[in-house]
Design a protein. Structure first.
Length: 105
């Protein structure tokens, strides 16, 4: 499995855009802080969607408190919480597959 680290990504962006890696690091660090603030500053019951990049977004979804009473999950209380997940669009996935497999769609 290929694992691209944040440092490798910063170096690639800096080289591609011909800017200092420290500047890229600061921008990404600031973007991460802004995204975190957006996800954690609105009422929990409000769903949030952040378009991070073209074709990539982060969504926060509210899950109500629930009491499970069937099967092996009998008498389990799940407190209210939010789920935060990253998503890629169908178009983005299609473009990646097209490039990888040289398909015309």
């Amino acid at each position: 499995m290929l694992n691209v680290t944040q440092d490798a990504l910063i170096d690639q962006i800096a080289a591609r855009e011909d800017i200092d890696a420290v500047t890229v690091h600061r921008v990404l660090e600031s973007a991460g802080a802004v995204v975190f603030d957006c996800l954690s500053s609105v009422a929990p019951s409000e769903d949030i969607s952040i378009k991070l990049l073209n074709g990539i977004s982060i969504k926060r979804k509210y899950v109500k408190e629930k009491k499970y009473s069937k099967g092996m999950f009998r008498n389990i209380d799940s407190p209210e919480h939010v789920n935060v997940k990253a998503y890629s669009s169908k178009y983005y996935n299609s473009q990646v597959n097209q490039r990888l497999f040289d398909k015309q769609q």
